[in-house]
Design a binder for this molecule. Structure first.
Ligand code: ARG
Length: 459
């Protein structure tokens, strides 16, 4: 028997009950559904819509129901359709007519939107903490290996030498913006739908601002149709998840490359690798690969919620019930990514020798030579051309730029001096990139100090 079956003569077909239930997913929202119902009942009594003693009984019975759900004494049965029905049904079973008063002035349409917003408000806070943990792990790794220089890449080709810490801190910046996106989305999430009813508001004298205050919302949604129909807060949340997952996926890709024998810059701890069932020697970076791979599921959630909403007329349509599947999967997937990423980073070691070996490539310093010429007054385009012709000379003569003689250098670069030969040092190159945001040790040290302070303050 459903709570809405007054006008029906037939029972719902079993296939329909299975097809239309959302309890499988929305049962996770039960603490919020209980809390919202308690505050709703309190408000109904304050407004003289129900008796105070009835509201008191409803509130305490709802607390008991929450306990029974916490410890599994009250089971989630799918014939109950959704979490709202499960809880209201349990309330009516316990309190009879008194329990039957709770739904006055309320619809499942404003109820579900309220539950979701309360849930997401907690989730953005949790994600922000998890992102801080990843940032902290990155900063600690960067700090520990702050003397290590590696090739910086563009097009995955050797570009210019950079501090390894600088590379890691780039991700710390990205994750900071991700946290800001969650914090910003939180402002729009944290508004109250309840009191909108099914779509048009209520004839009962509800006090929506009281409910908003009790539930910790910053305010109320001001259009009842918008409140029940839109799910842009989910789109925004999963968008923020997707952007953040793009960052973790790129970091995972860097980790995979660095751990390969071709790079060999890092050693992932064995506890965060797995082996091959066939090849005995293998130690694979599966965790990083799955961080990259699972990102597709997060994006899937974004595409799902966008597609779900794009053709729906106002206001609530049952389609909207499908707003949970992709969102929850994206949330759980990204939460699991962050939870494994932080400890994997903390246990990662850097192979200083391999890094040192990799930055011996003198071509990494070609730009340094061109910029040295600019400082001698050579127009940059001309300096670029001269250094390019020197690179061509070295390639053709199978000689390395740092092995060339001053005469050979001068043949391509007329204003070259002895000093130019000293430019082929990765250490010197990094040390001279002192622009704000650059990779010079003192700049990186400033960044490290900034992040240590910030992360301590937030943690
Ligand atoms: N289970 C529904 C959902 O998740 C709750 C709202 C149902 N509203 C309705 N009119 N059938 O969206």
């Amino acid at each position: 028997m459903a709570l809405w079956d007054g006008r029906f003569q037939k029972d719902t077909d079993k296939s329909v009950a299975d097809f239309t239930e959302s309890l499988t997913l929305d049962q996770r929202l039960y603490p919020y559904d209980v809390w919202g119902s308690q505050v709703h009942a309190r408000m109904l009594a304050r407004q003289g819509i129900i008796q105070q003693e009835d509201a008191d009984s409803i509130e305490s019975e709802l607390s008991r129901i929450k306990e029974r759900l916490d410890n599994g004494a009250l089971s989630m049965q799918s014939h109950m359709e959704d979490i709202h029905m499960t809880i209201e049904n349990a309330l009516i079973e316990a309190l009879g007519d008194v329990g039957a008063k709770v739904h006055a002035g309320r619809s499942r349409n404003d109820q579900i939107a309220t539950d979701e917003r309360l849930f997401l408000r907690d989730q953005v806070d949790k994600l922000s903490d998890l992102l801080s943990a990843v940032q902290t792990a990155l900063v600690e790794l960067a700090d520990h290996y702050r003397d290590v220089i590696v090739p910086g890449y563009t097009h995955l080709q050797h570009a210019q030498p950079v501090s390894f810490a600088h590379h890691l801190l780039a991700y710390v910046e990205m994750f900071e913006r991700d946290k800001q996106r969650f914090a910003d989305a939180r402002h729009r999430i944290n508004l109250l739908p309840l009191g909108s009813g099914a779509l048009a508001g209520s004839t009962l004298p509800l006090d929506r601002n009281f409910v908003a205050g009790e539930l910790g919302f910053d305010g109320i949604l001001e259009n009842s149709m918008d409140a029940v129909a839109d799910r842009d807060y989910i789109i925004e949340f999963v968008s923020a998840l997707s952007i953040a997952a793009t960052h973790t996926s790129r970091l995972a890709e860097d980790i995979i490359l660095w751990a390969s024998p071709e790079f060999g810059f890092i050693e992932i701890d064995e506890a965060f690798c797995t082996g091959s069932s066939l090849m005995p020697q293998k130690k694979n970076p599966d965790v990083a690969e799955l961080i990259r791979g699972k990102t597709s599921r997060v994006f899937g959630g974004l595409v799902q919620i966008l597609t779900l909403l794009k053709g729906l007329p106002l206001t609530y349509n049952r389609d909207i019930q499908e707003d949970k599947a992709g969102m929850l999967d994206a949330l759980d997937t990204f939460t699991s990514i962050l939870s494994v990423l932080a400890p994997m980073l903390s246990s990662t070691e850097v192979n200083r020798q391999n890094a040192h070996h990799a930055v011996q490539d003198p071509y990494l310093m070609a730009t340094d030579l061109a910029e040295w010429l600019v400082q001698q007054g050579v127009p940059f385009r001309e300096a670029h051309r001269q250094v390019g012709s020197f690179v061509k000379f070295c390639n053709q003569n199978r000689t390395s730029p740092d092995q060339a003689s001053l005469e050979q250098l001068r043949a391509c670069i007329p204003s070259a001096t002895e000093e130019c030969l000293k430019l082929f040092s990765a250490e010197r190159s990094v040390q001279s990139r002192t622009t704000e945001g650059g990779t010079a040790p003192e700049r990186v040290q400033e960044q490290l100090s900034k992040w240590k302070k910030r992360l301590q303050a937030s943690g």
